[in-house]
Design a protein around this ligand. Sequence first.
Ligand code: HPA
Ligand code: MG
Length: 174
Amino acid sequence: MEDKIRVLIPEQEVDEKVKEIGKRISEDYAGKSVHLICVLKGGVFFTCELAKRISVPVSLDFMSVSSYGSGTESSGVVKIVKDLDEPLAGKHVLIVEDIIDSGRTLSYLIEILKQRNPADIRICTLLDKPSRRVKKEVQVDYTCFSIPDEFVVGYGLDYDQKYRNLPYIGVVEL
Ligand code: HPA
Ligand code: MG
């Protein structure tokens, strides 16, 4: 059966915001290069679009993590499913996420990556659900959109592995 999807953020609005955030990142990293870490799979569409809008030198790496825990509440303990290919020492690392909610997984990921001695680590996310945050210490440096606590798909986000390829952000009407 087809799911009904309501548009939450239209394609043009997402594209304009990604462009704007890319410009801000380019200004903030002026004179440096930025090492983007795409958190798979959800971060892949945003990472590619963002990378195209950054004018300082960009390198890319990919990581896949899964969080232990039952049901919808992750424990925050992260298992690395696919690790980075490159070392981080001395690099200006920017973690690129599709969505941040509780912040548990991200908080754990930051701790793991800090141990690899990057010059610095910042966080960039397409979407943020601030009302879901448990890990208040997680500082998000670049947020495209803060959204209410609704289940969203598109632009990398899935529902049962579907709808990642939608060019807009939508809500699945269950
Ligand atoms: N949609 C898809 N994946 C997610 C979401 C969401 O709203 N929140 C956390 N992972
Ligand atoms: Mg998912």
